[in-house]
Ligand binder design. Structure first.
Ligand SMILES: NC(=O)c1ccc[n+]([C@@H]2O[C@H](COP(=O)([O-])OP(=O)(O)OC[C@H]3O[C@@H](n4cnc5c(N)ncnc54)[C@H](O)[C@@H]3O)[C@@H](O)[C@H]2O)c1
Ligand SMILES: O=P(O)(O)OC[C@H](O)CO
Length: 340
């Protein structure tokens, strides 16, 4: 990739906008692709994306565009910041444009059919592309407002990792490299589910002991699941594991946390999601995860409990009682123990 070549960011939501601005800050010319022509025109004129990142000014280097084919043709490095429900459908028609390109997913979701992570979908759509992911404790608003932040770029393509580091690494944003693409990406998707629970607990007025218990046992549960699928357990002790789990389970800026909080206030799932008006990937991930955990026979009591509340008509009180009444378990060997 040459210095002059533009970089593409696909998705005009909060994360796409934040990443586009970071790249522009580093001197890159950025094509921020969005499907909505009116939104693109408004951003071009006002340099703001008020629906998703109110108050953040987009730098002159960020150019909002709506022609996806042309954007993909112009750029070698392409960040994908689309919701998981949209990624396949948006990119499949452009498979021909993706050969040899560096495609970096920022999307933290799982496709139900085949339990596919987003980078695996990209690989399927574009077998000749070079694939990576970024994930970590990266709340879009904080990234955009220059809170000191770190992320992980993961790929078995070392040159791609270096290229992403050069493009994104800056004054307020550190980029670490990893070769565990699967673990890094899975961590980002799994933590959303536990953030919904943390939001519920907060709405019920539960304290810091509860939150800490939840985060710690969530880490055990997600690591156990990930290791069963072949991820490196050490990844879950890093930024893309426990790092992202902590931020999402403790910040009211997290949309998954907000959905959980609304549920804890007594709203239905539909009401909670529509009040949010943005993507909360955990709502779909919980279904996919429950099915996969059963198939693999991995014990995931927190996942089963949340699923029972959201989709099986159980009350929060019933599920909490069930979880707390379980047999006492061993604490230390958290990957192989089978309990909450
Ligand atoms: N917001 C964050 O803090 C953050 C941080 C890291 C990763 N992520 C991940 O990034 C992904 C995107 O999240 P976001 O926060 O930007 O979401 P968002 O809700 O802020 O925005 C989603 C954007 O995608 C667009 N979109 C929806 N369907 C589309 C389609 N079919 N084709 C084209 N565009 C479509 C919407 O118009 C909107 O612009 C999610 O998987 C999320 O988990 C988000
Ligand atoms: O707002 P959320 O819950 O989608 O979380 C955003 C990021 O994934 C935090 O790293």
């Amino acid at each position: 990739m040459t210095e002059q070549q533009p970089i593409a960011v696909l998705g005009g939501g909060s994360f796409g906008t934040a990443i586009a601005n970071l790249l522009a800050e580093n001197g890159h010319s950025v094509r921020l692709w969005m499907r909505d022509a009116e939104q693109a025109e408004s951003i071009r004129t006002h340099r703001q994306n008020p629906r998703y990142l109110k108050g953040v000014t987009l730098l002159p280097g960020v150019c909002p565009v709506t022609d996806l084919g042309q954007t993909l043709a112009e750029c070698q490095l392409i960040f994908v910041a689309l919701p998981s429900s949209a990624l396949r459908q948006a990119l499949s028609p452009f498979a021909d444009h993706l050969s040899g390109k560096m495609l970096v997913s920022t999307t933290k979701g799982i496709e139900a059919q085949g339990f596919m992570l987003m980078s695996q979908i990209l690989e399927e759509i574009a077998p000749q592309a070079r694939i990576g992911v970024i994930s970590g404790p990266n709340l879009a608003r904080e990234v955009a407002e220059h809170a000191l932040t770190a992320t992980v770029v993961a790929s078995d393509d070392e040159a791609l990792c270096r290229c992403v580091q050069q493009a994104l690494h800056g004054r307020t944003f550190r980029v670490y490299a990893s070769s565990d693409r699967f673990g890094v990406e899975l961590g980002g998707a799994l933590k959303n589910v536990y953030a919904i629970m943390a939001g519920m607990a907060a709405a019920l007025g539960m304290g810091e002991n509860t939150r800490s218990m939840l985060i710690t046992r969530a880490l055990a549960e997600m690591t156990r699941f990930a290791v069963r699928l072949g991820a490196n357990p050490m990844t879950f002790l890093g930024l893309a594991g426990v790092g992202d789990l902590i931020v999402t389970c403790t910040s009211t800026k997290s949309r998954n946390f907000q959905v959980g909080h609304a549920l804890g206030e007594g709203l239905s799932l539909d009401e909670a999601v529509s009040r949010l008006g943005e993507v909360a990937e955990g709502v779909n991930t919980i279904k996919v995860l429950k099915t996969k955990a059963e198939e693999l026979q991995v014990y995931m009591p927190l996942v089963a409990g949340l699923h029972a509340i959201l989709y099986e008509g159980r009350t929060l009180d019933q599920v909490i009682a069930l979880l707390m009444r379980g047999e006492p378990k061993t604490d230390v060997d958290f990957i192989s123990t089978d309990g909450f």
